[in-house]
Design a protein around this ligand. Structure first.
Ligand code: AHG
Ligand code: MN
Ligand code: MN
Length: 352
C-alpha cells in the first residue's frame, strides 16, 4: 500500500471533516480548514529543519550547535544554542504564510506579532521550541511541543504586550496540538481533537509518513516517571502514591512498578503514548512560589490534549489541566498525566 505522507493525511482529513460536518465545501470544514492544514505543514517543516540542525551536533555551523547560547530566557533559564536556533526556525517558518496572527514561545518574554509586511491569519501558535534542553549536550532525545488556538475576534494585536491577552484561553480551546521527538527516529505526534496520529520522518524522502493512527494509552500501568530527587519537597498525596508504587507487590497496589525519567517531557510522554505509564511534575515546596515547573500554554496544555485524545488523563492533582483558565503566558502548573486509572488514583489522593 502507498505510504501516507503527512500532506496526504491532512488532505484526507480535511475532506472527511468537510463531509462529516455537512459542509458543501471541504474548505469550510470546522475541523481542518485549509489554513490550519497549511499551519501544521509549516510547523512540520520547521521540525524537520530543527531535526537536521540537531543531527549535525558538534559539526553544525561555526563551533557546532551544542552548548550554551550565553543568554537567559524570560524564565531566568540559561539558553542553549539550540533553544535559540529552534525558536528562530519556528518564527521564520511561520511568519510569512498568512495563517497566523501571533506566536508565543518559552524563549520569548512577549508574543511575536506577524510583521505588517505579511498578511495576518486567524490562528495563534504557542511552542516550546526545544524541550529537554538539559539533554542536548548528552545526545539524549529532545523535542518540540506546540499548541494552536484561534485568535479571538476583535483581539487587541496593537502591541506585543497587548497581544498576550488573546492567548489566555483554556486548553479545551486548542484546535490542534502536537510534539516532535528528535530521538533515534524523528517523530511527529499530532491531534486535532479527534484522536492521535504518529508520523515518522523518512530522512531520504524528507517527509513525515503516517506510522500509527488512533493511539491508545493503556488504562493500567506498571511504570512511573518522576524526578525522585525532589522527594523531600513533595506534598503528602504524591509521597503516598510513590511510596505505594515503590512498595510494589508488598504494598497496597499489589504489583511491582518500574521507574523511568528521561528529563525531556516529550520523551517521557512519548513512552507513555507507546506503552502506558504515569508522568508527574507535581507541585512541591521547591516550585510552590512559581506554581509548578512546567509551563501551561506550551507544555502542559498541548500534552494534556494529546494524552486525553489517546484515552489517558491529565490533571494538576486538583483540577483537569485543560480546564485551567490561564492568568499569564508563561504560567507554570503541576502536571500529572498518563494512564487513566493511575492519574485518577493519585488525583483522588489529593482530594482525600
Ligand atoms: P525545557 O528544556 O523546555 O526547559 O523543559 C524541561 C522540562 C521537561 O522537559 C522535563 O520533564 C523537566 O523539565 C525536567 O526537569 P528536571 O531537570 O527537574 O528533571
Ligand atoms: Mn520544555
Ligand atoms: Mn524548552
Amino acid at each position: 500500500m502507498a505510504q501516507r505522507t503527512l500532506a496526504r493525511y491532512l488532505t484526507d482529513a480535511q475532506r472527511e471533516s468537510g463531509r462529516e460536518s455537512g459542509c458543501d465545501s471541504a474548505l469550510e470544514s470546522p475541523l481542518i480548514p485549509s489554513d490550519l492544514k497549511f499551519l501544521i505543514e509549516v510547523v512540520s517543516r520547521a521540525c524537520k529543519a530543527i531535526s537536521i540542525a540537531i543531527g549535525k551536533g558538534a559539526l553544525g555551523g561555526e563551533g557546532g550547535v551544542l552548548g550554551e547560547a550565553g543568554s537567559d530566557n524570560v524564565q531566568g533559564e540559561a539558553q542553549k544554542k539550540l533553544d535559540v536556533l529552534s525558536n528562530e526556525i519556528l518564527l521564520e517558518a511561520n511568519e510569512w504564510g498568512g495563517h497566523l496572527a501571533a506566536m508565543a514561545s518559552e524563549e520569548m518574554d512577549l508574543p511575536h506579532l506577524v510583521p505588517n509586511r505579511f498578511p495576518k491569519g486567524e490562528y495563534l501558535l504557542t511552542f516550546d521550541p526545544l524541550d529537554g534542553s538539559s539533554n542536548i549536550d548528552v545526545n539524549v532525545s529532545i523535542g518540540t511541543i506546540f499548541s494552536v488556538l484561534r485568535c479571538p475576534e476583535g483581539a487587541d494585536l496593537s502591541s506585543e504586550a497587548a497581544a498576550e491577552q488573546a492567548f489566555l484561553q483554556p486548553g479545551t480551546a486548542q484546535v490542534a496540538a502536537g510534539y516532535a521527538v528528535y530521538g533515534p527516529t524523528t517523530l511527529l505526534v499530532l491531534t486535532f481533537g479527534a484522536g492521535v496520529a504518529v508520523f515518522t520522518l523518512d530522512r531520504e524522502l524528507g517527509e513525515f509518513v503516517l506510522t500509527q493512527e488512533n493511539v491508545q494509552i493503556p488504562a493500567e500501568t506498571k511504570e512511573f516517571a518522576i524526578n525522585m530527587s525532589n522527594q523531600r519537597f513533595w506534598e503528602a498525596p504524591v509521597k503516598r502514591y510513590v511510596d505505594e508504587m515503590v512498595a510494589g507487590k508488598t504494598g497496597p497496589l499489589g504489583k511491582d512498578y518500574n521507574m523511568r525519567w528521561v528529563a525531556s517531557m516529550v520523551a517521557d510522554v512519548h513512552r507513555i503514548m507507546t506503552r502506558g505509564g504515569i508522568f508527574m511534575y507535581p507541585l512541591d515546596e521547591k516550585v510552590r512560589d512559581k506554581g509548578g515547573k512546567l509551563r501551561l500554554m506550551y507544555e502542559a496544555n498541548p500534552m494534556a490534549l494529546l494524552v486525553e485524545q489517546a484515552g489517558g488523563a491529565a490533571t494538576t492533582g486538583r483540577q483537569r489541566i485543560l480546564d485551567i483558565a490561564p492568568q499569564h503566558l508563561h504560567q507554570r502548573v503541576p502536571v500529572i498525566l498518563g494512564s487513566k486509572s493511575e492519574v485518577e488514583r493519585v488525583t483522588g489522593y489529593h482530594q482525600a
